[in-house]
Design a protein around this ligand. Structure first.
Ligand SMILES: Cc1cc2nc3c(=O)[nH]c(=O)nc-3n(C[C@H](O)[C@H](O)[C@H](O)COP(=O)(O)O)c2cc1C
Length: 164
């Protein structure tokens, strides 16, 4: 079985989760940024990860999901600044699943990721009050994803792979 872990990251949080997933996988495996993946040919399973940005999944990831995943076994993982359980998370995972409508989605994982200081500064200056609110909760995200979240990502990886 050949598994790919591919991800988008700006400040490293999603990459950290991607590496945790990768470490846990059995069999042949590869890890690379989504920008380096032209298609999913030759992989039995692909973990696809991204940060939530502006209340949605990044447009490039959305395009990848809708154009490259039809008929493929995939698992989705994402990091976000809001705490786990925050209501809007359902709409973000829903958005990813909708984009990947032709895929066989074997699992979904999300966890909190630290808002980097330049991002906090940028959000605090935004005109959109919702973005400002995110900036204000920046300090509460420090250190995420922490070891317990990394551990959960590893369990997720095992659980998804056991489905095949
Ligand atoms: C421009 C921008 C917009 C963001 N919008 C959201 C958002 O709408 N909701 C949220 O929970 N987090 C938001 N975040 C926070 C990131 O999703 C979070 O910090 C994530 O862990 C970053 O992952 P990365 O380090 O892999 O880039 C935003 C970050 C940036 C830079």
């Amino acid at each position: 079985m050949k598994t790919l872990v591919t991800y988008m990251t700006q400040t490293g949080n999603t990459k950290k989760i991607a590496e945790a997933i990768y470490d846990e996988l059995e069999g042949e495996k590869e890890i690379k940024p989504i920008a380096e993946v032209s298609d999913l040919e030759g992989y039995d399973l692909a973990f696809i990860g991204f940060p939530v940005m502006q209340f949605d999944i990044p447009p490039k990831v959305k395009t990848f999901l809708s154009e490259k995943t039809a008929g493929k076994n995939i698992a989705i993982f994402m990091t976000h600044a809001v705490p786990e359980g925050f209501e809007a998370i359902h709409s973000w995972t829903g958005s990813a699943e909708q984009a990947a409508a032709g895929a066989n989605v074997l699992g979904k994982f999300d966890c909190q990721g630290e808002l980097a200081q330049p991002v906090i500064d940028m959000l605090l200056q935004a005109d959109d009050p919702e973005m400002k609110k995110f900036g204000e909760m920046g300090p509460a995200t420090k250190g995420q994803p922490d070891e317990s979240r990394v551990q959960k990502a590893k369990e997720f990886a095992k659980e998804v792979q056991s489905k095949l």
